[in-house]
Ligand binder design. Structure first.
Ligand code: SF4
Ligand code: SF4
Length: 443
């Protein structure tokens, strides 16, 4: 254990499967007292982690034990929800006698925001603008840990699990080769005719509309949600920022519901979205208020749940974050931070959220398929993780086997290795992608 194990994780190209794709070999090189497994999966309709925890509990615990040993952690805490009964039963057997415990959460949003998860499981407050390591914790994802276990056995990351759901006949969770085009994933899930439909990549709260269905899935894709193009979750996402600002200036009644329900504000962060909305009107001299946007997690509670006049503080904050980021500003860490005593009473029940989002008819199971799917062609992005894009190590026309290295981490850079997800021939290489055409059944 130690350097050799970290090298195996690096070689296998493991990255955080549930977020932005931070390279796992770097994350596990830190020291921490506690490893928190984020199994809350709080985005409505997504069904990946809750099923993997039940089906792949053994591998997940092996991955967790490895990460605990590498970081020197004394305890592992698995945060999951009360309603994941099968996962709870299986994991209870697997963790018996180990320094690992389950932390069963109520069904609220956003239980999976890492600041919220760390607070709910350990009682520690990650400082605003900081990462869990500041309070001696590392947060990791279910699928990531399963990939760590795979790395120990010499298996690189070549597949990812995604839930395909929404307005389709039979929602399902599939294991697909990385680089599978989204339209292929949808057709494998039986999505049928997509005329008049739009697709969200990710959850209904934080996901983005897919502009081009030929785009491939990556190591961090978790869900595809098909919705009619006139569904409020689609039309709201399509509003231009100029219009959002005009509407904010005209219609914000300063009720402050957005602030009172903001999960980060409730954890004591200096983030009051109603003040940001007020400051938008008079930009001059309002820099301090506008700077608060830097600590917004973009969870969407203010926009999709709190605001009674249908405004979008989240999008305003996202725009401000981009602008302030260009000026090199970073979120400030306060000297003191205290959770508000109303916090426990302001958690948003997921059932109510689903109803507010107009998703009740789509709130269905999406069973994990055991099929091993074959695809003809994969479009593997060279930048699907935090850090520098990977550098191709294959040539045009080269034969590759599923699992062979096709792009490596640039020298002395943060990044992740990338592997062929099907066996076949490399047919295109650019700065951003390697395309492999397969022989179908030889996976
Ligand atoms: S999106 Fe809204 S509710 Fe969520 S952290 Fe940002 S301001 Fe708060
Ligand atoms: S909830 Fe809406 S109307 Fe109320 S303060 Fe926030 S943005 Fe303005």
């Amino acid at each position: 254990m130690g350097e050799e194990t970290i090298k195996k994780i690096q070689d296998a190209g493991v990255v955080g499967a549930g977020g932005a794709g931070f390279p796992t070999h770097v994350k596990v090189s830190a020291s921490a007292r506690t490893i928190v497994v984020n199994g809350a999966e709080c985005e409505p309709l997504l069904r990946v982690d809750q099923q993997l925890m039940a089906r792949n509990a053994k591998e997940m615990i092996e991955g967790l034990k490895t990460v605990m040993e590498l970081t020197g952690a004394q305890e592992g805490i698995i945060a999951l929800k009360d309603k994941y009964k099968e996962a709870i039963n299986t994991l209870q057997r697997e963790i018996a006698g180990k320094p690992i415990k389950l932390n069963v959460l109520d069904d609220f949003y956003p239980a999976g925001d890492e600041h919220v998860t760390v607070y709910e499981t350990t009682g520690k407050l990650v400082p605003q603008g900081g990462i869990p390591l500041k309070v001696d914790c590392v947060v990791t994802n279910v699928e990531t840990l399963i990939n760590v276990a795979g790395a120990l056995a010499g298996q690189p990351v070549v597949d990812t699990y995604i839930t395909v759901t929404g307005a389709i006949a039979s929602p399902v969770t599939l294991k697909l080769p990385i680089g599978t085009p989204i339209n292929t994933a949808l057709s494998l899930a039986g999505a049928g005719n997509l005329k008049g439909m739009k697709v969200i990549d990710g959850g209904p709260m934080m996901g983005k509309i897919v502009e081009d269905l030929a785009e491939p899935i990556t190591k961090t894709t978790k869900g595809l949600i098909v919705l009619p193009e006139d569904h409020p979750l689609i039309t709201k996402r399509q509003k231009a920022i100029d219009r959002i600002i005009r509407e904010s200036n005209a219609a914000c009644i300063q009720c402050r519901f957005c602030t009172d329900l903001c999960p980060r504000y409730l954890l004591g962060h200096k983030l009051e979205p109603h003040k940001i909305m007020r400051a938008l009107k008079h930009i001059q001299g309002q820099e301090e208020a506008l700077k608060m946007a830097m600590v917004c997690s973009e969870c969407g509670v203010c926009e999709q749940y709190a605001c009674i006049v249908d405004l979008s503080p989240r999008k305003v904050n996202a725009m401000l974050k981009k602008e302030l980021g260009k000026k090199g500003l970073k979120p400030e860490m306060p000297k003191e931070q205290a959770v508000l005593n109303i916090q426990p009473h302001r958690k948003i029940p997921v059932k109510r959220l689903i109803s507010r989002l107009g998703l009740t008819q789509y709130d269905k199971k999406a069973p994990l398929s055991e099929n091993e799917y074959t695809v003809d062609k994969v479009y593997i992005k060279l930048h699907q993780h935090v850090g520098a894009p990977s550098i191709p190590v294959v040539k045009m026309g080269q034969r590759v086997q599923r699992g062979s290295l096709i792009a490596k981490i640039p020298d002395n850079a943060l990044g992740a290795n990338i592997h062929a997800s099907i066996s076949g021939t490399v047919v295109e290489i650019s700065d951003s992608i390697v395309i492999t055409s397969g022989e179908g059944s030889d996976r």
